[in-house]
Design a protein around this ligand. Structure first.
Ligand code: CMP
Length: 142
């Protein structure tokens, strides 16, 4: 991925309330290219595995429950310095603290129902991309 790609998820709150199109347009306007995407409804086991790193946190069970409430839309995005740039564009975890004009300020409901996920490092971007997409899908999109 070499700093040019990251993984995002339009979460069930935003996907279910019809905001996916607006969010993708926002990301494209910020210079990201959609490399590949899909829509799926995570099982409890899948959500637990994706957020494994947060297993010890007090919000883990609630986060897993929320992520399984409906379909979500993972995407691999590409642009220079993708991980850092995407985290800037989506804003702080809590929409109340997110900067004006960020995806979470515009579309998130709360700290948990916060519209969108973004990988926090190149290593996690790779791991999270492999979680949702087969190598063939990623290579085919190059
Ligand atoms: P995300 O970027 O997907 O990474 C972990 C998620 O945990 C985060 O977005 C939030 O949706 C959620 N989260 C983080 N902190 C809290 C919290 N204090 N209460 C509830 N959910 C949280």
């Amino acid at each position: 991925m070499a700093g040019t790609r990251t993984l995002t998820i339009i979460k069930p709150d935003a996907f279910g309330s019809g905001k996916a199109g607006k969010i993708v347009a926002h990301l494209e306007a910020a210079g990201f290219r959609v490399v590949t995407s899909r829509v799926l409804h995570l099982s409890t086991a899948q959500a637990e595995a994706f957020y494994e790193v947060h297993r010890a946190r007090p919000f883990f069970a609630s986060l897993v429950k929320f992520m399984t409430t409906g379909p979500c839309m993972p995407m691999i995005l590409e642009r220079e310095n993708a991980v850092l740039e995407l985290r800037t564009v989506i804003g702080a975890t809590d929409p109340a603290e997110a900067a004006p004009g960020t995806v979470r300020k515009l579309y998130a409901v709360s700290k948990e129902s916060n519209a969108i996920h973004a990988s926090d490092s190149d290593d996690n971007a790779q791991r999270e991309s492999n979680f949702f997409f087969a190598e063939t899908e990623i290579i085919a999109a190059r």
